[in-house]
Write a protein that binds this ligand. Structure first.
Ligand SMILES: [Zn+2]
Ligand SMILES: [Zn+2]
Length: 869
């Protein structure tokens, strides 16, 4: 066997295993007889960098996947890429210096595909370097036709079921990105704005933060119980800057406390306007176009941007003396998640997915949420939803909506499943218009929201829509930031398409915060990339950091945690190095268990408790608890205590004595390596390889081994209690050596122990380097005064040149005289002069004597230990 280096070189060893590992070891086999465990992994957005937040998420997934494999499951850990979307369109425009409308749609799409492929390649590398046990044979890429065909099938099926419809309805629109966005994509920002009090006529003054929307005013509203305005309900008032009149209506939802208590209803200032517009069946006056400019309905303000219109209208109103007051107020404004521009509401023909609130909540309730409180986030979101999900987008790089409009009669024709995949901007329907027989169509050029692709992942990975092999899947791991999007949409789609919940369990991870405890951001300069950590400490150390936080909570990135993870790796390496040296050629035999000594039984009992704890906490996704238990056991119980206790037996014991220690050590090391495998796959593989070579037990990967099982027969309270006592006796004796500046392996004359408990003197003797004797009777120990120590600070100044003589005299005292001096003082004669020595001028140095031997007395939990140095 080659010499094992003292230092654990994480970077070299990790690279070595990356080259040696065979990826197919993680391929999922549908035909496997093992119970299946299918993970609906998140398909990340291919930005080109796999960030530290992704790392945390994927570490959790990998801990689970590796653990479940070792527990006997056939695990599917697929990897998808959620490619479509606005950010890529923007990046590609920047990269090529074009606007998407400068080139044909398919040329632009091709640019996006190429760009995305490059990004996927980069991210894939980081994921491989992290040692994730991904099944790369189950990779899916949403921008490729084989995947988006499934998205289109899902659209067609939901359309046929009446769950998707096209309608003229207000939608949230970003004037900068010029596309519709979903409610879930709005980010609220708080800030200050001006509240303007504007006089419509003598009786009617309104307060508004959006004066530019006055030309879109379709009604005024007051609270029905507002005494101030009872007389104006039903009155018609001319809208300033326009010629037309609107009516004052009463509605319970008007807040009489806000502004003047009269509210202007526009189409549309906010979602409340939409509600009133529907409820009171008001007229629609859309003055805003998609590009964020006012149109002809705004009269003389046509062509102005929102900001310009606000200024111009306020100027005009001021000239007319209609602006009575302006006050600054705090307000929340909804902005686009991507570009932070305030969003607008416009009414357009769009495609919608029907939201069935109760059905979704009933489904979500059947899923186990970890941690549990995350479920309430979904409930809150669903209960607050007033609108259906708008799924059409005005973009290019996305899954095409498989639909056409008849040029002649306007009929909507949605593709048949067998025509898919289609791009209606290029392809034609295979049948004439079912309503008028015309063969002339206009293809839909709106595309689908990206969440339409990613919300069918659990279906897609289980064979739907062709041969749907198994459903629901077992687990969805994801971040808490996308509960109201990805989790919500997936549950909705799964119920709609498969009439089933998508997964039995969902485990939620938190976000990663910077070392300063704040959200990582470029402007704060606190971003850490996984590559940066890997280059310094390797992937295993970063993986251990990921396991350090509690599941569901945000985790702070700290270098300190990474450093201590890397120290643990070195510690474990040293443990292995020591152990395999003694395990060369050893194969455990059940007969060896009969030769176990107390220390061996003690460590095996503790080991089995750690295994029990690890299984329990892994099963409930408490990775921090598992790793902490394993690390604590390896570092303290095994290395600091057990190995120190059995060292002498292993080095110089008889074969008979050695075998128990070898058996216990073999079991402990084997179990520890396997328990570490889900967390530190590289370290575990290297250690397993060395361990197997030493013990001549094959060369199969640790990642194909089974997880340690609890062996109940080794759990032994009595051995733990007596083992603990033994450990403490040894540690007290070692402390004594330390306090006397003795080497820890320095020999002692003898150690005598009085205890009624049976303890193993062989191992104590070895550990403290002394013969050890058990006393049958309680030892009678005498205390002797060995010497009197003069207090020089008193005697020196008082007697000066006589001090020396006095000390000489005292030193010649016998036991009896010394005792007398300490009790009542003592008179001596120095050069004929009588001197009385006060008792507090001296300290006693005592010694304990047992059977005539000078001993140190230690007490450990009622056990008397006598040490003769
Ligand atoms: Zn935007
Ligand atoms: Zn037609």
């Amino acid at each position: 066997m080659e010499e094992i280096e003292k230092e654990y070189r994480a970077l070299e060893i990790e690279k070595k295993w990356l080259n040696l590992w065979d990826e197919s070891m993680y391929y999922f086999d549908w035909n496997s007889r093992k119970p299946h465990y299918i993970i609906d992994t998140p398909p990340p957005y291919p930005t080109g960098s796999f960030h530290i937040g992704n790392t945390l998420n994927w570490c959790y997934i990998d801990f689970i996947a590796r653990y479940k494999r070792m527990r006997g499951y056939e695990v599917m850990f697929p990897q998808g890429w959620d490619c479509h979307g606005l950010p890529t369109e923007v990046k590609v425009e920047e990269k090529h210096g074009i606007s998407k409308n400068d080139v044909p749609r398919d040329v632009f799409r091709k640019m996006c595909v190429e760009f995305t492929e490059g990004n996927i390649k980069k991210m894939r590398e980081t994921m491989k370097r992290m040692g994730f046990s991904i099944d790369w044979s189950n990779e899916y890429i949403t921008m490729y036709p084989e995947y988006f065909k499934k998205t289109q099938i899902s659209f067609v099926r939901m359309y046929d079921k009446g769950l998707i419809y096209r309608a003229y309805h207000p939608v949230i629109h970003c004037p900068r990105c010029q596309t519709t966005i979903a409610l879930a994509e709005i980010e609220y920002k708080s800030g200050k704005t001006m509240l303007n009090y504007i006089k419509f006529d003598e009786d009617v003054v309104i307060a508004t933060t959006r004066p530019e929307l006055i030309p879109a005013c379709v009604a005024l509203a007051v609270h029905p119980d507002d005494e101030r305005y009872k007389n104006i309900v039903g009155k018609e008032v001319t809208v300033p800057t326009t010629e037309y009149k609107v009516r004052v209506i009463a509605d319970e939802e008007v807040d009489p406390e806000f502004g003047t208590g009269i509210v202007m209803i526009c189409t549309f200032g906010d979602r409340q306007d939409v509600k009133w517009w529907k409820k009171h069946d008001l007229e629609l006056r859309m003055i805003l176009d998609r590009d964020g400019r006012l149109n002809e309905k705004a009269g003389r303000y046509q062509g102005l941007s929102i900001r310009e219109a606000r200024q111009k209208i306020l100027e005009d109103l001021e000239k007319e003396g209609r602006v009575l007051k302006k006050e600054e107020i705090d307000h929340n404004v909804g902005t686009c998640w991507r570009c932070k521009t305030p969003v607008e509401i416009i009414a357009e023909e769009q495609w919608f997915v029907r939201i069935e609130h109760d059905r979704i909540l009933d489904g979500a309730r059947k899923i186990k949420w970890i941690p549990e409180h995350m479920f309430s986030r979904l409930v809150g979101w669903v209960e607050g939803m007033e609108w259906d999900w708008v799924i059409s987008r005005q973009r290019i790089f996305a899954t095409p909506i498989p639909a056409w409009y008849c040029k002649k009669c306007g009929e909507i024709l949605v593709a048949k499943e067998e025509w898919l995949p289609v791009d209606p901007t290029k392809d034609y329907p295979k049948i004439p218009c079912p309503s008028c027989g015309s063969v002339e169509f206009v293809g839909e050029d709106d595309v689908l929201d990206t969440w339409m692709d990613s919300s069918i992942t659990p279906l897609a990975i289980t064979g739907w829509p062709y041969e749907h092999k198994e459903y629901p899947t077992h687990l969805r791991p994801q971040g808490h930031d996308i509960i109201r999007t990805w989790a919500f949409y997936t549950i909705l789609r799964s119920l709609a398409l498969a009439d089933e919940i998508p997964w039995y369990e969902i485990v939620i991870n938190g976000m990663v915060l910077g070392e300063d405890g704040r959200k990582m951001s470029k402007s704060l300069g606190n971003i850490i990339s996984p590559e940066e950590v890997i280059e310094k400490y390797g992937a295993d150390a970063l993986r251990q950091w990921a396991a350090s936080g509690s599941t569901g909570s945000d985790v702070i990135f700290t270098w300190k945690e990474v450093v201590s993870a890397s120290r643990f790796q070195q510690k474990f390496w040293s443990i292995l190095r020591f152990s395999v040296n003694h395990l060369k050629g050893y194969k455990p035999d059940s007969k060896d268990a009969e030769k176990l000594r107390l220390a061996d039984r003690w460590i095996l009992s503790k080991l089995n408790r750690v295994i029990e704890k690890a299984i329990n906490s892994m099963d409930s996704y408490r990775f921090d608890e598992t790793l902490k238990a394993i690390r604590g056991f390896a570092w303290y119980d095994l290395a600091d205590d057990y190995l120190e206790i059995v060292k002498s037996r292993l080095y110089s014991g008889s074969e008979e004595e050695k075998v128990g220690a070898k058996y216990a050590l073999y079991k402990t090391i084997s179990a520890l390596i396997r328990m570490l495998a889900p967390f530190t796959p590289f370290l575990a593989e290297e250690c397993w390889n060395i361990f197997c070579k030493a013990t001549e037990s094959g060369n199969e990967s640790v990642h194909k081994q089974s997880y340690p099982e609890v062996e109940e027969e080794f759990i032994d309270d009595d051995a733990e209690e007596r083992g603990e006592l033994m450990r403490r006796i040894i540690s007290e004796i070692r402390k004594l050596k330390h306090d006397r500046n003795m080497a820890l392996n320095a020999p002692l004359k003898s150690v005598m122990i009085y205890t009624e408990k049976e303890i193993d003197t062989r191992d104590i003797a070895g550990a403290v380097n002394s013969k050890v004797e058990i006393l049958k009777e309680f030892p009678s120990i005498e205390t002797r005064i060995k010497q009197l120590k003069p207090k020089y600070s008193i005697i020196g100044p008082k007697f000066r040149d006589k001090a020396k003589e006095i000390i000489k005299a005292v030193n010649s005292f016998g036991e009896k005289e010394m005792r007398k001096l300490l009790e009542e003082g003592y008179e001596i004669e120095v050069n004929g002069e009588k001197i009385f020595l006060e008792k507090d001028w001296f300290d006693a140095v005592e010694e304990r004597v047992f059977a005539g031997k000078d001993v140190q007395v230690l007490e450990v939990e009622g056990v008397i230990v006598l040490v003769e140095i």
